[in-house]
Design a protein around this ligand. Structure first.
Ligand code: SPV
Ligand code: MG
Length: 319
């Protein structure tokens, strides 16, 4: 039974309409221009990503973890991540790529991960070759262990086999460079994942320059598209990364970091001054929040679906 306010789950749709966003994402990956996506952790953030003109939303494990107030270290559960990704997906028309870390366990966990994320209408997921529990690629003092390549190959195979539709995008990510295993090992792993059928290869790096990724991309001869995440090598532009051969570029956490800076500045000033007018001109007007949550739609739906005696005739229609 569908309760008022409960969104219709996409799994109730006929099979051909099950994952229209995955078809969209697949099209983006196949196009000649770079696909540029940005990180988010909730519906509002996802909507801001879409409004800024990005091609898709990266449902970031780093962001969702931070939004829960915990490190990015396999602490949030698969269902917490799924719910966050589902909320983001509901808020936008562009596809969501969900960062599913290790697939939340072994290949068997990855199977259910694919089933549930696909059923939620997510465009695709990314599965990395860290062992569970993973540690954020940027944490220092971590002894990094990668899953044995054969075990990871089977996990990618399991994820691909678990798809209801071949459109659902499975990105295989290697942490070989982050773990200090070198370009050759990164290429060896990426080749195995690509040959297994992964739709794209995300090769992560925590260097401050793009050099090791450039070396990787130069040596990459397979047609499987490459994905990169320019967080530490932040001087590399979309144009440069695209020229190097990267097809999808993920600005993974910049919205969260911008929000944190903005909130810290405003809240500190508010606490110091004790008067809201001190920051009123520096923060989004209330009306901007009305617009972002689509108040116009609420008004229209009230007019259309509530009996006249339930409508408030004095409430102005938001313009
Ligand atoms: C994330 O956003 O959670 C990622 C990208 O996996 S990164 O944090 O750069 O590893
Ligand atoms: Mg992550």
């Amino acid at each position: 039974m569908l309760f008022v306010g409960q969104p219709a789950m996409s799994s109730a749709l006929p099979p051909e309409k099950k994952s229209p966003k995955s078809a969209l994402l697949r099209k983006l990956l196949a196009s000649s221009s770079p696909t540029v996506i940005a990180g988010a952790h909730d519906g509002l953030g996802a909507r801001l990503v879409e409004e800024a003109g990005f091609d898709g939303v990266w449902a970031s494990g780093f962001e969702v973890s931070a939004a829960h107030g915990v490190p990015d270290a396999s602490i949030i559960t698969m269902t917490e991540m799924l719910e966050s990704a589902r909320i983001m997906n509901q808020a936008v028309t562009i596809p969501v790529v969900a960062d599913c870390d290790t697939g939340f366990g072994n290949a068997i966990n990855a199977i259910r991960t694919v089933e549930l994320f696909e059923a939620a209408g997510i465009g695709g997921i990314c599965i990395e070759d860290n062992v569970f529990p993973k540690r954020c690629s940027f944490y220092t003092g971590v002894s990094r262990h990668l899953a044995p390549v054969e075990e990871q190959r089977l996990k990618i195979q399991a994820a691909l086999d678990a798809r209801a539709s071949p459109d659902f995008v499975v990105i295989a990510r290697t942490e070989a460079l982050v773990a200090g295993c070198g370009t050759e090992e990164a290429l060896r792993r990426a080749a195995v994942y690509a040959d297994t059928g992964a739709d794209a290869i995300l090769v992560h790096s925590k260097q401050s320059t793009v050099d090791e990724l450039a070396e990787f991309a130069r040596a990459w001869k397979r047609p499987t598209p490459l994905v990169c995440v320019p967080t530490t090598y932040h001087r590399a532009s979309v144009e440069e990364l695209s020229r190097l051969g990267f097809k999808m570029i993920v600005f993974a956490n910049h919205g969260l970091r911008a929000a944190v800076s903005g909130m810290q500045t405003a809240l500190r000033k508010l606490r110091q001054t004790g008067v809201a007018s001190s920051i009123e001109d520096e923060i989004a007007p209330i009306a901007e929040i009305f617009r972002l949550v689509n108040l116009d739609r609420l008004r229209a739906e009230e007019r259309n679906y509530l009996p006249s005696e339930r409508q408030d005739p004095t409430t102005p229609v938001a313009s």
